[in-house]
Design a protein around this ligand. Structure first.
Ligand code: FES
Length: 164
């Protein structure tokens, strides 16, 4: 018997990163056994998994919260707390990559000393890379503390981060 699937429901907010999570769930047919993959996608997009994300994903996949929390806390790869004070997600999907995302990542490595997946030594900024933020027409796109910035060059990105 096919597993019971729930289905799409409105994302918790209009943050474009939810689209990434929604696309992944849709591709997996909202199957409960896609949970780990969807959690990976959400963590890649947001940097960590908060209550809202865990509940939303669980609801969409028809997985009870206890099991979602169980999986999210069992694997050390998942983190339930933001690591840095701020998060800077650089999209390295195809459209962004060909429009200069690589230079953004290099600049962050050179100026902040943080590679994607790392937090600056002062704990201020966690740098993350995402596959597609759903804002390809604005490539290269970055999301800083939940806000999407499009057509960002290295200097502008550093300016945005300096203002934090
Ligand atoms: S590839 Fe970067 S937003 Fe789509």
């Amino acid at each position: 018997m096919a597993p019971t699937t729930v289905a799409a429901r409105p994302a918790p907010s209009d943050d474009k990163r939810w689209r990434q999570v929604d696309v992944r769930m849709r591709r997996l047919g909202y199957r409960p056994d896609g949970l780990i993959e969807v959690l990976h996608t959400a963590q890649e997009a947001f940097g960590y998994l908060d209550d809202e994300a865990l509940h939303y994903i669980g609801d969409c996949l028809g997985v009870p919260p206890s099991m979602v929390y169980g999986v999210a806390t069992f694997y050390s790869h998942f983190t339930l707390e933001p690591q840095g004070e701020h998060t800077c997600v650089v999209c390295t999907g195809t459209a962004c990559y060909i429009n200069g995302a690589g230079a953004l990542v290099k600049e962050l490595e050179a100026r902040l000393g943080a590679h994607p997946g790392e937090t600056t030594a002062d704990g201020k900024v966690s740098v993350l890379a995402a596959r597609c933020l759903g804002a390809c027409s604005m490539a290269p796109a970055v999301v800083v503390d939940g806000e999407v910035y499009g057509k960002v060059g290295p200097e502008r990105l550093l300016g945005i981060l300096e203002e934090l």
